[in-house]
Design a protein around this ligand. Structure first.
Ligand code: HEC
Length: 145
């Protein structure tokens, strides 16, 4: 009977120590996988965030009729995206600020031309959210670079 209980205790110890080891291993594996997943999602998120923003801006640029007056590299009624981006780069301008009506025109300062664009800003652009304006700006800078 005594022998049997010793055997039982020994078995129990082996069983628990095995179990512990396994648990530790599993825990390590889980941590590793977790780290990899976190790494992957943060890097892909950063990239896809920008892509999503540009895609959203592109859609807005069409939906909000910007394309009626702005083409990629030819002047239509308004300056081309390439010209806008070039001048904003040179003069360190902020497209979002301009769209919000908080900065003067720097691309075409002819009052007649400015008035045409200002009519847009005063009507529907002012209804757009900060996120939408950021997206428009991101798209313009990407397309016109
Ligand atoms: C009816 C025609 C028309 C539409 C529609 C239009 N624009 Fe313009 N845009 C102009 C004209 C004309 C100018 C040149 C005057 C000027 O630079 O402000 C201009 C200039 C700009 C500039 C340069 C501003 C500067 O600093 O000189 C930006 C940026 C711009 N438009 C963005 C947009 C966006 C974004 C949309 C859509 C929400 C849009 N435009 C819709 C006619 C238009």
């Amino acid at each position: 009977m005594k022998k049997l209980s010793i055997l039982f205790i020994a078995l129990a110890m082996i069983a628990t120590s095995c179990g512990d080891k396994k648990k530790e291993d599993v825990k390590k594996d889980v941590e590793q996988v977790k780290e990899e997943v976190v790494k992957e999602t943060t890097t892909t998120d950063a990239a896809s965030d920008k892509d999503t923003q540009i895609a959203m801006g592109k859609k807005l640029f069409t939906d909000k009729t910007c394309t009626t007056c702005h083409a990629l590299d030819t002047k239509v009624i308004g300056p081309s995206l390439k010209d806008i981006v070039k001048i904003y780069g040179e003069k360190d301008g902020n497209i979002v600020k301009f769209l919000k009506g908080n900065a003067d025109a720097i691309v075409d300062t002819d009052p007649g031309q400015v008035a045409i664009m200002k009519a847009n800003l005063d009507s529907f652009v002012k209804e757009m959210s900060a996120e939408e304006l950021q997206a428009l700006s991101a798209y313009m800078r990407d397309a016109g670079k």
